[in-house]
Design a protein around this ligand. Sequence first.
Ligand code: NAD
Length: 444
Amino acid sequence: MKICVIGLGYVGLPTAAMFASNGHYVVGVDVCCRILDALGRGETFICEPGLGKVVRWAVSEGRLIAKNEPEPADAYIICVPTPISPDLSADLSYIERAVRSILPCVRKGNMVILESTSPPGTTRDLVCGLLRGSGLIPGDDFFVAYCPERVLPGRILSELVNNSRVIGGINKESAIRVRNLYSCFVRGEMYITDSATAEMCKLVENTYRDVNIALAAELAMVCEKLGINAWEVIRYANKHPRVNLHQPGPGVGGHCIAVDPWFIVQKQPETARMIKLARMINDAMPKYVLKRIKALMKGISGVRRVCVLGVTYKPDVDDIRESPVIRLVSMLRAEGGYSVITVDRHADYEGSKERDLYEAVKGCHLLLLAVNHREFERVDFVRIRERMAYPCVLDTRNYWRAEEVEAAGLVYHLLGWGKQTYEEGHDGGIPVPAVRGLGGPEER
Ligand SMILES: NC(=O)c1ccc[n+]([C@@H]2O[C@H](COP(=O)([O-])OP(=O)(O)OC[C@H]3O[C@@H](n4cnc5c(N)ncnc54)[C@H](O)[C@@H]3O)[C@@H](O)[C@H]2O)c1
């Protein structure tokens, strides 16, 4: 088949590459010239294991070509962004433009598939409504379905193949045809349903995780007040066969978990109360961490220098969208009296990519572990201590062993524990080591 993939980002390009390497001809469409130029050369900007190789092969074999507008094909797969608007509703304008762009191309027997995360009803109401402008009847003349992605950045290619999928058709025939199309590379189960159910299903998967993380975040705050180690509580509670608590951190980011729950709230603002509260709790975490930093830095006179390790929204990826750490950095700067330097070899953010950790900590008063990137697991705390002006470490991910940090002469603080230093504060001298680490890699 000839397949037109509209939007060549994190979802669209790997999807296009999978179809191209499994027997189809793919036209990859994007509005961004930089992406098209790179793809024309067989290159990609998306840092995903294995993707570069598949793309290079598909382009060199003429299986995948880059275009700036759609052309007639058998199937159209829409993978454009659905960001959140300032009023916390889904911005569907990208979908609207993408659907309009295929209107002159759609023919009888075609498939139109929406992959972009959308509020329930989008495929049936918005997409089909616009597609009627082709003069053909969706469901009768051609087939329309919603087929969301569940991929995890960093493992996109293998998850595209192995994850199960929920495919929601505007009628049964649409769902079946789309399932058959994806069966060329999907090895996971494919369940078919109606489009609104599939849309809701996608949203609720991320909402479940958001609510779970909010619970962990709240637990961290409660435990800090009670002098209990939240990480230890979570670890032991998860020994229960039916408990799976997530972990706290400096907030929730990315453009899925931090965004998708709002698409449910938008539809039912009065009813979706817990979903909204969880969002608000997670959104408030950078501010909570800021509060802890301020308490830890209370005794420092002059500019407090903070070195932040990790700015991406999660470990071992280059994605900084909706990153709570970047929000925290901005808040610190807005406070006044703080100078912040970031280190993250994954992220294009304020030179953090090129920065050496041991250079960055020079003269700093606080080392903040914000993202547990693999490379931060083993660092030389003695070298760090030698360079810092004040020996304070705040670990927001329970990534380091307190014993190891403190053996180097640093003082270790952990988000989710630390009653003495947070509640009572300290007198401005070096804070008393308050936390004995019970976490550690093998215990997470
Ligand atoms: N990234 C993920 O891990 C992930 C996972 C599941 C679902 N999703 C959802 O998939 C959708 C796409 O996400 P993404 O991460 O791939 O976004 P992205 O921003 O990485 O890529 C989207 C691409 O679409 C292009 N585009 C925008 N308007 C266009 C148009 N009219 N025609 C052609 N191209 C256009 C942009 O230039 C961009 O390259 C979103 O709805 C997102 O919520 C993403």
